[in-house]
Write a protein that binds this ligand. Sequence first.
Ligand code: FPP
Length: 257
Amino acid sequence: MLQPLSRWFRRSGTDSAGAETIDRASLPRHIAIIMDGNGRWANRRGLPRVAGHRAGMTQVREVIRACDELGIRYLTLYAFSTENWKRPRPEVEYLMRLPEEFFRTEIDELVARRVQVRFIGDVDRLPDHTRRVVDETLRRTAGGDGMVVCFALNYGGRADILEAVRGLMREAAEGRLSPDAVTEAVFDGYLSTAGIPDPDLVIRTSGERRLSNFLLWQSAYAELWFTDVLWPDFGREGLLEALRDYQRRQRRFGGLK
Ligand code: FPP
């Protein structure tokens, strides 16, 4: 049922040679994406902003497929930030309906691909109908032993760090943890991303060049890649371009070459 990568690229009418220029031996283990520019994409077409979010949702599917077929192990997608509640109410309500629509249509394919879906962020504060689809998706994909796709929903990097600090302090207050035992690895275990390696590559679309409170602790040594392409136009080709650039970089993690 699932197509090998070369067939997928040919079938999609995209540049099949493009995929072959990617070195499978030096892929990022974890890619994290700030999916930006949906509103501008819609405005440029005289459409309401929500049409941009809908188009953005279809790109989520394309990018998951491409990552899976390339062999990327972890993909994290910034779908809704703690700051996005400031948007007009109808837009927030639309964004809160998107996970239902997305997982209703995609869940079977995700399960077939053996994808494990995770969520980071304060999902307890999502509307009940969104929360229900989060729980259902977790349940359906819990046994996935393939790629991990992590949706950041009501996520903020500072809130993530604060929550980890609270967890550590509770342990310390109960006498189960001494300050000297708090290493980076221990701290990692209190973050929402516990068990997920740090991102190697953080992509942001639409020309903005900032992290916007995304994976602040986890991105300490990530390679950053920015493109002017708006998220609904990004797709597989955008991903391949980012990967080619990533593979030309030399990662030193603060050491010498
Ligand atoms: C930023 O673009 C995008 C968002 C706040 C929402 C991102 C959501 C999706 C791509 C769909 C999510 C899909 C699932 C499955 C949950 P923007 O609206 O800020 O764009 P602008 O800067 O051009 O206004």
